[in-house]
Design a protein around this ligand. Structure first.
Ligand code: UDP
Length: 250
């Protein structure tokens, strides 16, 4: 299937090294301790963080640190063919890899015996949801005020029609030759999540990592901007001083 035109334009009009439009909002849910909403092109993902709170069941408690438990879920109408609700092999796998990436950045030793619960709900999917997930969840953790080393931007790179491309969308994911999601800490260069589906040569792999790292830096700036917008107090007109209650004569 031809997904890239002869002049290098992709199925959805992007160039090979172009990200989909990204939008991030922090603090979108009132009852969660922290939350974030992320759009990665047509992906729409919500992340909610609760905790640190007492870990149940108790046998899961770690006396030395908090555990980070992420639940990734795709809602039934997030995909073309309705997805059967509830966990499946894929969502258990994605929950595990995101939990491990987030566990690495949170200062879990500050909160022994507790659980930090992270819920990722995919409202609409168009490939790359396992990357939109940690991107949203790490903003939600920061929004919850949980001490952490850094945010975790994430993106998928891949190979389509023998070309290395950034941020695969659905058709490229389905009919491309390789899919390589990564999540990282741009400041230190540490890679916290990497999977690979398909085949690439060593040179293609190096180019893919180069593209992915560059994109993670850009996503990181959008994450920081979302938090800055959430926590910057808008300058409003000076509010009138509260009137002192008048003394009742007795
Ligand atoms: N998908 C689907 N039904 C499913 C699972 C996935 O239609 O049960 C679609 C969905 O758009 C998803 C894409 O296939 O984003 C790619 O799935 P993959 O497992 O590669 O994970 P992702 O790219 O979302 O991280």
């Amino acid at each position: 299937m031809k997904l890239i035109s002869d002049d290098g334009i992709r199925y959805d009009g992007r160039k090979v090294d172009e990200l989909r439009p990204i939008r991030i909002e922090a603090g979108v849910l009132k009852r969660a301790d922290g939350s974030a909403y992320v759009e990665f092109g047509k992906n729409k993902v919500l992340a909610a963080v609760y905790g640190p709170r007492e870990c149940h069941p108790r046998h899961m408690q770690n006396p030395a640190k908090a555990i980070v438990q992420c639940k990734y879920n795709m809602i039934a109408f997030s995909v073309g063919d309705r997805k059967r609700p509830g966990p499946d092999r894929r969502s258990v796998e994605i929950s595990k890899i995101i939990s491990e990436a987030l566990d690495y950045v949170v200062f879990t030793e500050n909160f022994p015996r507790t659980s930090i619960d992270v819920y990722i709900e995919v409202l609409q999917a168009n490939a790359g949801t396992r990357c939109a997930g940690p991107t949203a969840a790490s903003v939600a953790l920061a929004d919850a005020g949980i001490p952490m080393k850094d945010l975790v931007p994430s993106v998928a790179v891949g190979k389509v029609n023998d070309q290395v491309v950034l941020d695969l969308q659905k058709e490229e994911d389905n009919y491309g030759q390789a899919d390589l999601p990564i999540a990282m800490i741009p400041r230190t260069g540490e890679i916290l999540l990497m999977q690979m589906d398909g085949h690439m040569t060593r040179a293609e792999f190096d180019r893919a990592i180069e593209l992915g790292v560059g994109a993670c830096k850009r996503i990181y700036d959008i994450q920081k901007d979302a938090l800055a917008r959430r926590y910057t107090v808008e300058k409003t007109e000076e509010e009138p001083a509260e009137e002192a209650p008048s003394e009742q004569e007795g």
